[in-house]
Design a protein around this ligand. Sequence first.
Ligand code: SF4
Length: 201
Amino acid sequence: MEEFTSNGQEYSGKVAAFADNSGSTRKKLALHACCAPCSSYTLEYLSPEYDIELYFYNPNIMPEDEYLKRLSELKRLTGNFENVNLTVGEYDTERFLSLTKGFEDEPEGGARCEICIRHRLEETARFAAKIKASCFSTTLTISPHKNAEFINFTQAELEKTIGVKSLSLNLKKKNGYLRSIELSKKYNLYRQKYCGCLFNK
Ligand code: SF4
């Protein structure tokens, strides 16, 4: 597992440079994106170092209007960054509902959220393997409501089973969350009032 924390923060280990047929030596990161506000600072922070393959895989977001609104805002945001490409995953809400069946009444941060987050990270790791990325990660650690330790632990497990390096982050540190609010204002981004699923609305 790699830990990326530049801007004066710790950075343990270097991810091997990704060399494609064009001879590029920039590293390629498959980055799960939950929404535009969380992606704003994450992209500002990581895009100087990586070519970013953003992966919008969020079958937990309901209703569909909300899902499409968050996706549309993310597309608008990515236009402000170079070296960022966006791929949209399958919107398979039935899969999410079946995985979380029996955990509907759990509070945010409980077992339902662990299942939800693990599923999205696993699909991102599979996407990373498919596109031959150097590593994978997520924008989720920027949220004060998300447990970065659990996310990084889950990524490390997926690194072992899927075989793509996990990039360990905790973006809420060093005022990352506050910076995401500033950038949301700058780009006039829609900031949702709930995490995503209807159980938490
Ligand atoms: S509250 Fe958020 S993380 Fe938890 S299950 Fe719902 S959408 Fe997933």
